[in-house]
Design a protein around this ligand. Structure first.
Ligand SMILES: *Cc1c(COP(=O)(O)O)cnc(C)c1O
Length: 338
């Protein structure tokens, strides 16, 4: 039976080319700064986004948490959308690691505007926590892969600058956003103090994220990574997969987006589905007549794995291990759902 894993874009396995790059990596002790493959990856990622420097970390949770620690002091407050990964899915790390409170806003599919943010910045008064950071997510995971364009980001960046706030991007799927909007990665560095990029989502590396910022911030970030236990020695074998992913797996993201579109179209014709959110990138969110669990069971019996994000909502995530014949299979099963 055809099997298809649409649970997440983190389920991909390294390709033969990626494995070869990993085997051939030149490595050293990265805690001494001597792993040339990691150094190369950090500089390459920084250059792509127009940032000065980078730090390679085991996960996107760690890069986000390090950024929040770098850009705040205990007792501060950060502003994020209520769907934000940094708030919902990082185990309460904002409070634990940084001693910072979180002001949650209600964006549209996770997308915020400067008008929403401005009134939520606290006045300078000892009763209020000091607002010091805004965190945006692009694409928004819980928004179903919704995107900011740079034109939407600019006014937020200007507001942050005028009010003395730092601006961090959780760019776990930033390359998906770039593929959709057509914006240039190199322009991002102008607007953000920090950018976290996941190599292990749609880009298909087995492990790793990079945090990008200016040199001083990254120097401090190395201290924070150390205290979180994130120093990884000869991790150049893993960083080589990241370099390979940046070289070979960015262009192809548009295939995942086309696949998402095909599935969204099929779902919108199904009587078992009440609503399909516009599929901008590689994520499709849809609402089901029956409870999501019942629909997931029917899909699983046909070899299709997915996850629910609510009682009547299911998420499909496309990635590089989903091929056209598998998409055909999913479309035919969607057609048989009642
Ligand atoms: C996956 C993800 C992260 C990082 O997750 P890790 O599993 O820790 O690498 C951060 N932000 C968003 C939006 C994500 O989807």
């Amino acid at each position: 039976m055809t099997t298809v894993d649409l649970r997440s874009d983190t389920v991909t396995k390294p390709t033969a080319g990626m494995l070869e790059a990993m085997f051939n990596a030149k490595v050293g002790d990265d805690v001494f700064g001597e792993d040339e493959t990691i150094n190369l990856l950090e500089q390459k990622a920084a250059d792509i986004f127009g940032m000065e420097a980078g730090i390679y970390c085991p996960s996107g949770t760690m890069t986000n948490q390090i950024a929040i620690k770098c850009f705040t002091q205990p007792l501060d407050e950060l502003i994020a959308d209520q769907t934000a990964h940094v708030y919902r899915y990082e185990g309460g790390g904002i409070a634990f690691n940084s001693g910072v409170s979180t002001r949650l806003l209600n964006g549209y599919r996770g997308i915020l505007t400067a008008e929403m943010i401005e009134p939520e910045i606290n006045a300078d008064n000892i009763h209020y926590p000091h607002t010091s950071l805004v965190v945006l997510e692009n694409t928004v995971n819980k928004g179903g892969g919704s995107c900011y364009t740079l034109d939407q980001i600019k006014p937020i960046a200007e507001l942050c600058k005028a009010k003395g706030l730092k601006l961090h991007l959780d760019g776990a799927r930033i390359f998906n956003a770039l593929a959709y909007t057509g914006d240039k990665a190199a322009d991002y560095g102008k607007y953000f103090n920090g950018i976290s990029v996941c190599l292990s989502k749609g880009l298909g590396a087995p492990v790793g994220s990079v945090l990008l910022a200016d040199r001083d911030t990254i120097k401090y970030a190395r201290r924070i990574r150390k205290v979180l236990g994130g120093g990884m020695r000869q991790a150049g074998f893993l960083a080589a997969a990241g370099i390979y992913a940046l070289d070979h797996h960015v262009e192809r993201l548009k295939i995942d987006h086309a696949h998402a579109q095909i599935l969204a179209d099929a779902l919108s014709k199904s009587s078992a589905v009440t609503n399909v959110l516009p599929a901008e990138t590689n994520i499709v969110l849809f609402d089901t007549v029956e409870p999501a669990e019942a629909v997931l069971q029917k899909l699983a019996s046909q070899g299709i794995q997915a996850m629910s994000t609510d009682k009547h909502r299911i998420r499909f995530v496309l990635h590089l291990d989903v091929h056209p014949e598998q998409i055909e299979h999913v479309v035919s099963i969607i057609g048989s759902l009642v």
